[in-house]
Write a protein that binds this ligand. Structure first.
Ligand code: NDP
Length: 488
């Protein structure tokens, strides 16, 4: 018997735990609202708890903003806009935006740990994706602040005014960056409402604004639940609303703003088609599928949640996918070995489990990995469905969890037809050896972003946004400046 055979026989090849330290984290017991450059208590005196979804422990109490607080925040933003921010030269504004980017980098470790504690995502992702990308968005937009006339040649560029911004829980700090960086760079002031379940990194961001010496009232933060968001949208003194979240709430916001002349951009749900042709490099495509749907527990609006595999390679792809999925480590988000962390909230966990039941009842075949999950907290094992039909709810509706629906196709046209059979149009992906197929698919899928031989790649220079029920308006790149400027 060789040495290798001896080792592989009864040895435990599991990874030893590699937990990220939390010693350097100093969260306050209680956070107020951030209005006019100061942390202040809410008018109602009400606070809510934010918990760690991996162990259900309370991390801090956070203020619940009501209509009066929202009004105070909008007034502060208006004053700062009219008196200070819009009058400042782009060059000076850019220095503040740049300073924010630098402080995010300096506090990156703290921000990554808090992001994983409050939201449940693996530390590897918050450390290597969320936080560096957040800093990159501020760096990128700092560069634009004094070059707006080059972005829109021949036009006089001025800010829109006060922006009300509402963000979801899947990429808490990154969504702050996507919203706040272009707004500030273009001379607008902001009132931001983070998601109820993930307010902590937005609160740390408010501290960062203080540290950067950002003039009072340029950035304001109102924490709370959906009612706080609704109060913000209702406020008559907003010039612009930017929303990322579910299609249902997006539609409600659109109705609330109808006839008011307030500018609106919506980044809503998605149900991306991920197409694998028989000539693709299958091992790499399988990695792409994993990244496409299991990254951030599948809490990704552009997740590759509908997989289309060419019939001739179906067996191979599914066998390799199952084998790879069995190696995914589900568990403590703060462990550096973890691939899949905790589901963001009990409500979202219930929602995903409901969809798993619906899929089985509709007649699809469910595969789930055999990994163990912790007893406390909210968890869903990586899952996929086969034997699904286009009409199934698990194919049509956004699940927002680690659940993939797999279908097959024979021809490119069939793949495109199936891919476009969705009310959404946010993203898509294609794996093939042939450039011509890439061009046909990227032109044929009606979605804002299509990745070729890769998936879930983001960059501040590249515009992101949807078609159809995935919303309208773009974030990132030159296109992403447009919603924050008036051009005359
Ligand atoms: P929501 O759309 O409800 O939440 C997004 C943001 O809007 C949050 O800050 C939320 O506050 C706020 N909000 C809620 N109701 C209102 C309202 N009436 N007016 C203004 N703002 C409001 O998403 P959920 O958290 O409920 O998630 C439900 C589903 O939405 C998910 O399962 C997923 O399918 C989809 N989703 C899509 C996202 C995307 O990026 N495309 C992101 C998040 C969710 P609060 O969180 O405090 O309730």
């Amino acid at each position: 018997m060789t040495d290798t055979a001896t080792i592989s026989k009864g040895s435990d090849w599991g990874y030893a735990p590699a937990p990220e330290s939390t010693d350097h984290i100093r969260l306050k017991d209680r956070y107020g609202l951030f209005i006019d450059g100061k942390f202040t208590p809410p008018a109602s005196g009400k606070y809510f708890k934010t918990i760690n979804p991996a162990n259900e422990k309370v991390l801090a109490e956070v203020a619940e903003a009501g209509e009066k607080d929202v009004d105070r925040a909008v007034q502060a933003a208006r004053k700062a806009h009219d008196k200070v921010w819009r009058k400042m030269s782009g060059r000076e504004r850019g220095k503040y935006v740049y300073r924010i980017a630098r402080i995010i980098q300096e506090r990156a470790r703290e921000l990554a740990v808090v992001e994983s504690m409050d939201g449940g995502k693996p530390i590897r992702e918050s450390r290597d994706v969320d936080i560096p990308l957040s800093a990159a968005h501020f760096f990128y937009h700092a560069g634009w602040a004094d070059k707006l006339s080059y972005a829109f040649p021949g036009k006089k560029v001025s800010p829109v005014g006060v922006a009300g911004q509402i963000i979801p829980w899947n990429f808490p700090l990154l969504m702050v960056a996507w919203k706040v960086a272009p707004a500030l760079a273009c001379g607008n002031t902001v009132v931001l409402k983070p998601a109820e379940t993930t307010p902590l990194t937005a609160l740390l961001f408010a501290e960062i604004c203080q540290e950067a010496g950002l003039p009072d009232g340029v950035f304001n933060l109102v924490t709370g639940a959906g009612a706080t968001g609704a109060a913000l949208v209702k406020h008559p003194d907003l010039d612009k609303v930017a929303f990322t979240g579910s299609t249902d709430v997006g539609k409600a916001i659109q109705k609330a703003l109808a006839g008011r002349g307030t500018k609106l951009t919506l980044e809503l749900g998605g149900k991306a088609a991920h197409i694998i042709f028989e000539d693709a490099t299958i091992d790499q495509a399988v990695e792409g599928i994993i990244n496409g749907i299991y990254f951030n527990q599948g809490h990704v609006c552009c997740a590759g949640s509908r997989l289309f595999v060419q019939e001739s390679v179906e067996e191979e792809v599914i066998a390799k996918l199952k084998a790879r999925m069995e190696t995914l480590i589900v568990g403590d988000p703060l462990d550096k070995n973890t691939d899949i962390g905790a589901i963001n909230s009990r409500a979202q966990c219930d929602r995903i489990n409901d969809y798993l039941k619906i899929g089985v009842e509709e007649g699809a075949e469910l595969f789930q990995t055999r990994c163990s999950v912790p007893g406390k907290g909210f968890w869903v094992r990586p899952s996929f469905f086969t034997k699904v039909a286009q009409s199934h709810r698990i194919v049509q509706e956004e699940i927002f969890g680690p659940v993939l629906a797999i279908q097959t196709f024979r021809t490119l046209n069939e793949a495109l037809e199936k891919a476009n059979n969705t009310p959404y149009g946010l993203s898509g992906g294609v794996w093939t050896d042939k450039g011509s197929k890439i061009f046909k698919v990227t032109r044929g899928i009606r979605a804002g972003v299509i990745w070729a031989n890769t998936f879930n790649k983001f960059d501040p220079t590249s515009p992101f946004g949807g078609y159809k029920e995935s919303g309208y308006g773009r974030e990132g790149g030159r296109h992403g400046l447009k919603p924050y400027v008036e051009l005359t």
